[in-house]
Design a protein around this ligand. Sequence first.
Ligand code: HEC
Length: 109
Amino acid sequence: MPRTLTLAGGLALWSAIAMASDSAPQVEPGRATELERLVIQDCGSCHGLTLKGGLGRAITPDLMQHYDRHDLRDIILDGIPGTAMPPWRPLMTEADALWIADYLRGETP
Ligand code: HEC
């Protein structure tokens, strides 16, 4: 289901927030904007728009800080086999996934 969701959409609010995040180190600013939209729209489709849980568990910064950033990157890239958590490797690079890991841990500006 979520694979068919589009990255397009561009809610003005999220664009404004994404612009404030342009200094994220690992990826280009434009990619960071796209990844932030992906987290809200695609991850949010299962984890809730505010990431507080839905079909998938809550993935808020207070919870995600307990993960090593590389472990979190691997969960994002490979998914969790046997659950609805899909692998995202076909849609992003390792640097992208690491950016999302940091984003989820509340560590991107
Ligand atoms: C199709 C629904 C779905 C989508 C889309 C989805 N997830 Fe998940 N995710 C799940 C489910 C279900 C689980 C819980 C799996 C389990 O029971 O262990 C999960 C688990 C996780 C976990 C582990 C949480 C924990 O407490 O250990 C992380 C991190 C995570 N997802 C991140 C993401 C990110 C980042 C995205 C977007 C790139 C994403 N998910 C998109 C369904 C989804």
